[in-house]
Design a protein around this ligand. Structure first.
Ligand code: BES
Ligand code: ZN
Length: 455
């Protein structure tokens, strides 16, 4: 019996969806060591799937989570295409906000609901199933294929660069394809040709040797929580520009053709940003649209801030310390190491009197930009046009996939970003979802892509 609530579709589950459900049931949360066994079980499942398709598949150990590599029989003279994806997922908390359990996928309202449905298991499996379908229909692939799947993307791919160096010869290829980015609106095929880089750090401000009574000492001793607020406020000027000295020195300006092109892209107008985010107003660097601010301008973001009493009611305490977690999104040609040095210098110079600041540097990744009109870019556009029966749009991305620039540095090849993630996919948040329609389009897209990339 069906109620009046959202429709749960039980019938018509295809073998492709069965595969996706099996993949999504693994709680392959890479950051949490309690899930290490689940991450490995997920990698083992992938190996089984790839071998059943007739590919050679191998699991490679790393210091943490395994890398999975698979290939067809390579034929001299064919193009070699490397397809990358990640089978790890973000944590699920806050769990209470999920409408259905994150690792029990189900279809409602035409969407698959589960952690990883979009980021990245749904998009990644569309690659695999596109290959499977071509193998079934044609008996072979028109290209030499390498699948490279990692289990550590969501923790900054700490072991993948070393893996690339060690396996450089086997991973030699002409082009790389990844579906792990956005699509501007449903049904609008989207080719990404840029990603922002990232640099993270945490600052701890320390004052007295222990928490103090705020009546006895307040007014005479600097309060680290007040100091952290001042330090955070010093990171931007009042217009929204980052106030760190030299922060914009290496920023490559937007090209006129990009601004012109992006002004016509569906789904990314300022009013769409307002609607999607539910914010009462937009705010950012003056002189740029929201799309430009997120795709081609760098930022300083506070990801977390704390210190002092967080419980119910009030407590008259002067906390001994306070912290702030920052991430900086970077654009070409900013260098994460250089930016972090500038940020450290800023934090030390602006640390208010009476407290000390200690900066702990976190993970980072370089920004990336390529030519969307290169021969491979044009082939990807043709594949997108065929799979969606619509004209593709060309965008850069606000998010980061640090390994993409590392691929260029180590393997010497560019990456095609064939994004299938919608703005309301809730990636990294409760109720992550992926439209069945995008999953099916992704399978078609991969079939078309292999054809277009073949010689
Ligand atoms: N798939 C995302 C990145 C993404 C999403 C790019 C949508 C463009 C559009 C990826 O899994 C991710 O979350 N990356 C992290 C990188 C970090 C952990 C180094 C990010 O961007 O925060
Ligand atoms: Zn992610």
């Amino acid at each position: 019996m069906r109620g009046t609530g959202p429709q749960v579709e039980h019938s018509g589950v295809t073998p492709e969806l069965e595969d996706l459900f099996a993949f999504l049931r693994f709680p392959s949360v890479s950051t949490d060591s309690r899930n290490a066994g689940d991450v490995r079980a997920c990698a083992d499942w992938l190996i089984g799937k790839l071998q059943a398709m007739g590919l050679t598949a191998q699991l490679h150990e790393t210091p943490r989570h395994p890398v999975v590599v698979a290939r067809n029989v390579h034929v001299e003279g064919r193009r070699t295409v490397l397809i990358y994806g990640h089978y790890d997922v973000q944590p699920v908390d806050p769990l209470a906000l999920w409408n259905t359990p994150p690792f029990e996928p189900e279809i409602r309202d035409g969407k698959i609901w589960a952690r990883g449905a979009t980021d990245n298991k749904g998009q990644m499996l569309a690659h695999v199933l596109g290959v499977e379908k071509t193998l079934r229909e044609e008996g072979e692939l028109p290209v030499n294929l390498i699948f490279l799947f990692e289990g550590e993307e969501e923790i900054g791919s700490p072991n993948l660069a070393a893996f690339l160096e060690a396996h450089k010869a086997e991973l030699k290829c002409d082009v790389i394809a990844i579906s792990d980015t956005g699509m501007v609106a449903p049904g609008v095929p989207t080719l990404g040709y840029g990603l922002r880089g990232i640099a993270c750090c945490e600052a701890t401000l320390r004052g007295p040797k222990g928490d103090l009574h705020s009546g006895l000492f307040g007014g005479a001793v600097a309060n680290p929580a007040t100091a952290v607020a001042r330090l955070v406020a010093s990171m931007h000027d009042e217009t929204g520009k980052v106030a760190v000295d030299g922060f914009y020195d290496d920023v490559r300006p937007l090209e006129a053709w990009e601004r012109e092109m992006w002004s016509k892209v569906a789904g990314v107008s300022d009013s769409e940003f307002l609607r999607i985010t539910g914010s009462p107003g937009l705010f950012g660097e003056p002189g740029y649209s929201s799309a430009e601010r997120t795709w081609a301008r760098p930022t300083a973001e506070v990801n977390g801030i704390g210190g002092g009493y967080q419980g119910e009611g009030s407590k008259t305490v002067l906390p001994a310390e306070a912290f702030v977690k920052f991430s900086f999104r970077l654009v070409p040609d900013q260098e994460p190491g250089d930016i972090m040095n500038k940020v450290k210098a800023h934090l030390e110079a602006h640390c208010p009197p009476g407290v000390t600041v200690e900066v702990e540097v976190g993970h980072d990744g370089k920004p990336y930009v390529a030519d969307p009109h290169s021969k491979f870019g044009l082939a990807a556009q043709t594949a997108l046009r065929k799979a969606f029966d619509a004209e593709p749009v060309l965008i850069r991305e606000g998010g980061s996939i640090p390994i993409v620039q590392t691929f260029r540095d180590i393997l010497g090849v560019d990456t095609l970003l064939l994004g299938l993630a919608l703005a309301d996919a809730q990636i990294h948040a409760p109720n992550e979802n992926f439209p069945v329609e995008n999953f099916e389009a992704g399978i078609r897209l991969n079939q078309a892509l292999l054809k277009e990339l073949a010689l």
